[in-house]
Design a protein around this ligand. Sequence first.
Ligand code: SF4
Ligand code: SF4
Length: 449
Amino acid sequence: MSDSSTSAPREGSLEAPGRHPLDWRNPEFYDESALFAELERVFDICHGCRRCFNLCHAFPTLFDLIDESQSMELDGVAKDEYWKVVEHCYLCDMCFMTKCPYVPPHEWNVDFPHLMLRAKAVANRKGHVRARDRILSATDTVGGLASIAVAAPVVNTANKLRPTRVLLEKTLGVHRDATVPEYHSNTLAKRLRGHRSVEESGEAAEGTQGKVALFGTCYGNFNEPALGEDLVAVFEHNGISVTLCDGVSCCGMPKLELGDLQAVDRARERNVPQLIALIDQGFDVVAPIPSCVLMFKQELPLMFPDDEDVARVRDAMFDPFEYLMLRHRAGKLRTDFTTPLGKVAYHVACHQRVQNIGLKTKEVLELIPDTQVTAIERCSGHDGTYAVKTEFYDTAMKLVRPVAKRVADAEADHYTSDCAMAARHIEHSLANGSKAELPLTLLRKAYGI
Ligand code: SF4
Ligand code: SF4
């Protein structure tokens, strides 16, 4: 352990947590011995702390390695075994944001997710990345190919057939039982091409412009295009004009999770100028997937702390329910709901929780009369691709079990999650034929539009 960690530091920081920018362009960032020294320092702090034992599988992996070693201390764990911890981290940020008392400005300076990201970046630079992971993280390329009109039905049918799934498992490492998303040839981009809201000017209120550019996201474009349509219907019902962002690509989150920071940089180069052009025309930006919102609100600003355009996009980027709640505060959200929802079991996605905006989805849904929302603040274990990978599928199914149990125990009329992929994962775990409905879909239903 470093000197700073042995000189009787105070237990936890009393100051507001801060986060250092990611020093990813510094050659030392990729120095393997420096990385391992830092892994050793932080793992030892975590061993003495153990608060994060139930957040994901990364910490149990670390603690098991230590407890099963001969010395029962970190020095009994071979350095090569550290990678086992790294591969179970999917960068949800929950340990940093909700548990860790040793984050900056505490002198121990623990940023576990960023350390995992650094390790992934080192592995990536050394070429230690499976072809499967490169393919799964190329969400816009794969989505573009799989949603071609002639390909989509073939891909969707093949994904439901046992022999093809066994083949997919053997060749690519996608677990045969994992839920894989459906592809739509009628993408969101096609559905909203040339779309213009009746109300185009937008009425500013509470830091919102009243006109938004929709960053459709890969998943929203290719896999759940109805989600974007629900957003447009709800926003326009509330006098907010919506236009679809043109010329943008994947936000870069799947590449970040792979440690491919150069690919994240390329995504920034494509997306940020397009978004700035819209912001200059007076638009705010919303995205229906929390991970993509987080990419622009947090990850890019930490990677490019001196980039003014990245900062402007950060400031104009909103979670849809955060946006609606701001409009409500200004008295500009319609509450003429026609359909009560009854009991709603609501899974709070990690990437929305760590935005520090509060439970905005719950707050909006609770404006609907005769609607009670039970929030479930626990990781679903999906993380975009973790749950489909052969080697992680069983762990992902274990992680989702307590969430699915809470959903079942709630005996709710509807269950939902901010994250569409988490919603489908919960559905898969319940395996009772029920279907999750996404929050924007529920809100649209409540408005009767
Ligand atoms: S960032 Fe999330 S997945 Fe990674 S170690 Fe922390 S809680 Fe676990
Ligand atoms: S990340 Fe922080 S809270 Fe979690 S186990 Fe490590 S030191 Fe403890």
